[in-house]
Design a protein around this ligand. Sequence first.
Ligand code: S3P
Length: 450
Amino acid sequence: MSAHGDPIPMTSRKAAPLKGVAHVPGDKSISHRSLIFGAMTVGETHITGLLEGQDVLDTAKAMRAFGAEVTQHGAGEWTVSGVGVGGFAEPEDVIDCGNSGTGVRLIMGCMATSPITATFTGDASLRSRPMGRITDPLALFGAQSYGRQGGRLPLTIVGAADPVPVRYASPVPSAQVKSAVLLAGLNAPGETVVIEKEATRDHSERMLAGFGAEISTDLTDEGRVITLKGQPELSPQSIVVPRDPSSAAFPVCAALIVEGSDVLVPNIGLNPTRAGLFTTLREMGADLTYENERVEGGEPVADLRARFSPDMKGIEVPPERAPSMIDEYPILSVVACYAEGKTVMKGVKELRVKESDRIDAMARGLEACGATIEEDEDTFIVHGMGPGGLPGGGTAEARLDHRIAMSFMCAGMGSQKPVSVDDAGPIVTSFPIFEPLMRELGAQLVRRNV
Ligand code: S3P
């Protein structure tokens, strides 16, 4: 089943060389945060380049339900009139976050230290994902939660009327957990501290500082210690959302595996907490260059140029790099099929609790297309077949997971026989223009009748 309607089976056939310029949409992580942080200010935040994917639209709807005024003015141009820190109203109905783990987890954080009650749900994928990693630290602030077994959605949070600040060492490398704790800490008195052993994406820290919060990060023996002073008044901002490196990954990787390709993907943020895939591809010998390198809004940005790369070699991806490319392992596993030798991905067990179990979804789909895979709970190994790559001819299950669907559609652009996916519907959650953008470059994507 598709995330939001009937399934859309799709087939990808060997593409002519992919050529041209691919303008990918706005960053999903920053888009969610722009709406949520904007809702916590007093005044009007102006956003351009917002990703209008279903995940972000669901967050916009949720912010309205908590009392913010969220308005679309044109393509990617939005304003949010916030209610201030601690100003959230109690929603009248259940909050449906659709497919979005980021949306639901960050929103739970920001309502948990207000004296209101909210019930959250989502699609079948989101309802199967663990929420204890969020409700455990929120309980320390004084919030109560009542979910299904294993803390699964639907889940009700009764916000703390008199929240206390928290010092929390996150047991999982997760920017969503870190962000939920920081957002809860905004409406608690005193200092809230989050400690993470491995650096995860730092958009919340950077953006909260931009919105006027007092927040600092110290590197210590314990890890990164992030300290936030509670109960600030956040001031509205003007935000230009950068383009999403996780979406850029798809045209970049497709170009590497399709003979004769040369694709430019402009204006991609290369924040080190997000750019692990590009480092990995370059280590594998991919012809991937950074052009026009510059700094924009305090973040490193470049135009990425990817060309067909017949000489890639499998490598061992260091486990400590995982948080900086956590969403990119599915498409890396496709590229790995086209490299010579084994690509070994260790320290990747978080992939098992994403929109789907991404190790299992990729392993089964790639095997159906003729690849040899090894896996254990925390490891994913792809046996490369060189530039001849994947035989193809199989159908993969998307499992309500946008990145699985897009990865298999890219796989089919280079494989000998076509590759199909049972449902490309979930792609709208993060990359609504994937199909026309890839077709424009030369991809042959065909929707099939069910
Ligand atoms: C995100 C964090 C990551 C990532 C997700 C977006 C964010 O999840 O997989 O797509 O915006 O904070 P985890 O923090 O759970 O690893």
